[in-house]
Design a binder for this molecule. Structure first.
Ligand SMILES: [Zn+2]
Length: 98
């Protein structure tokens, strides 16, 4: 009995949130910021020139953290103290629940 785990409650990956890697062509705009379509070149007419301290290039639609779909805008959501997500209108209506 040297590990002291009396209740045997083994931690699994299920209770640790790990955000999926953004799809190709999608970047997180800053640490803890929203996902957005991003490219070095203007790959589509709706991409606009973007120049920031971290990223330079062309930015397209924002991308929802939850459904990974491009959308017109995303809203910050704080399901827990350590978790921050940017959700589209549809996902936000669901209350940030999967
Ligand atoms: Zn969504």
């Amino acid at each position: 009995m040297r590990n002291g785990l009396a209740h045997g409650n083994h931690r699994t990956n299920d209770d640790q949130y790990s955000p999926p890697m953004p799809p190709k062509g999608v970047r997180r705009m800053w640490e803890g910021g929203p996902l957005r379509q991003f490219s070095d070149t203007q790959v589509s007419s709706h991409y606009v020139g973007y120049s920031g301290p971290i990223l330079k290039g062309y930015a397209g639609s924002y991308v929802c953290d939850r459904c990974q779909r491009p959308c017109a805008g995303v809203y910050p959501s704080h399901p827990s103290e350590t978790q921050r997500e940017w959700l589209c209108g549809g996902c936000r209506k669901l209350g940030g629940k999967p």
